[in-house]
Design a protein around this ligand. Structure first.
Ligand code: NAD
Ligand code: UDP
Length: 321
């Protein structure tokens, strides 16, 4: 198949492109490198079936020929990243989503929109099921991301109702190699701080929770959601339901890196920090036969090895810098 991955030079997008070329597809990654990194896709240029187009998906798309699948992953994703690029974040999830849906409609292609657990805001229901409508501030410090993603979901749903084979996945916190060591998220921050022997910045008292999914598992979920005909017009949570406090993640990363970094309790970098987050993945299990397989320790050890190597290199572009 001919597969378009918008956001293909990003953390998740680069893993998705790799899996797709390994499966034998022709893959076109479209990315404006706003938060993505060329190094993420450098190994993919060894594959003649991989093409990279540096392009902003808000703008008129280049001629792509026949297209069978469109994955829309293009968007800043880290809280400091979307705070730094608020208008670009809103535009790529609204105007960019429309452009990519129009491409899918014109080509009769399947479409997948990468939404987020942030669509639930600071949830009042736990764990979060797809039916839960969320607790989101339309004007708060995360609103440029949360509301843009909710709008993107609405746009995808409108095209699905009009007959496009489109689905929405709500991705919960995902980690692994190719994530930007300096993008300000929990795993990159804690691992880089621990490896450098710097204080680990635990926001507030670290009692807020997250559920971390290893990127290989997430990518299998994206592929399963795209290839499931029953998923057309549906919204599906993808994540790992093993929930821990931020403090527990800090302690585990300190142990796995063998670090003696102290914990530094500091104010959150971005306000409106959701206090509990954990996916109910019953729908993904039933509909897609999908569930995470990589345990937290194993996933973190693989990620630590990646960051250890990254930190020996000269610092590249980082969205949060
Ligand atoms: P990322 O920032 O590493 O990747 C996003 C990519 O999109 C980057 O390469 C960036 O340059 C590109 N991009 C941004 N605006 C663009 C535009 N206008 N045109 C073309 N390309 C553009 O982030 P990620 O963690 O890989 O996230 C990928 C997707 O998954 C995002 O849509 C994000 O909202 C969603 N998501 C991620 C997580 C997570 O934990 N990583 C959680 C929930 C949702
Ligand atoms: N966090 C933290 N220290 C950091 C980075 C993040 O305590 O250096 C916390 C943050 O307050 C949040 C959780 O870790 O409760 C996850 O943050 P992240 O930025 O990774 O993603 P979010 O889930 O907020 O989108």
């Amino acid at each position: 198949m001919q597969v378009v991955v918008a956001g293909g030079a990003g953390f998740i997008g680069s893993h998705l492109c790799t899996r797709l070329v390994q499966q034998g597809h022709d893959v076109v990654a479209i990315d404006n490198l706003l938060t993505g990194r060329p190094a993420n896709i450098a190994p993919l240029f060894d594959w003649p079936s991989f093409t990279f187009i540096e392009h902003d998906v808000i703008e008129l798309l280049p001629e792509l020929g026949a297209v069978d699948r469109v994955f829309h992953l293009a968007s800043p994703a880290s809280p400091p990243g979307y705070q730094h690029h608020p208008i670009a974040t809103m535009r790529v999830n609204s105007e960019g989503t429309r452009r990519l849906l129009e491409l899918a409609a014109a080509q009769g292609a399947r479409f997948l929109y990468a939404s987020t657990s942030e669509a639930y805001g600071d949830p009042l229901e736990h764990p979060q099921r797809e039916e839960y409508r969320g607790n989101v501030s339309s004007t708060g410090p995360r609103s440029m991301y949360d509301e843009a993603k909710r709008f993107g979901e609405a746009m995808t749903s409108a095209f699905a109702r009009a007959g496009v084979d489109a689905r929405v996945v709500r991705i919960f916190n995902t980690y692994g190699p190719n994530s930007d060591p300096f993008d300000g998220r929990l795993v990159p921050n804690f691992i880089t701080q621990a490896l450098r022997g710097e204080p680990m910045t635990v926001y507030a008292r670290g009692r807020q929770t997250r559920s971390l999914c290893y990127v290989d598992d997430l990518v299998e979920g994206l592929l399963a959601a795209m290839e499931c005909g029953e998923a057309a017009g549906e919204v599906i949570n993808l994540g790992n339901p093993e929930e821990h406090t931020v403090l527990e993640f800090a302690d585990l990363i300190r142990e796995l890196t063998g670090s003696t970094s102290p914990l530094a309790f500091t104010p959150p970098a971005v306000g409106d920090d959701p206090q509990r987050r954990c996916p109910d993945i019953g729908k993904a299990r039933r509909m897609l036969g999908w569930g995470p397989r990589v345990g937290l320790r194993e996933g973190l050890l693989r990620t630590i090895e990646y960051f250890r190597e990254e930190l020996t290199k000269p610092r590249g572009r980082a969205c949060a810098s």
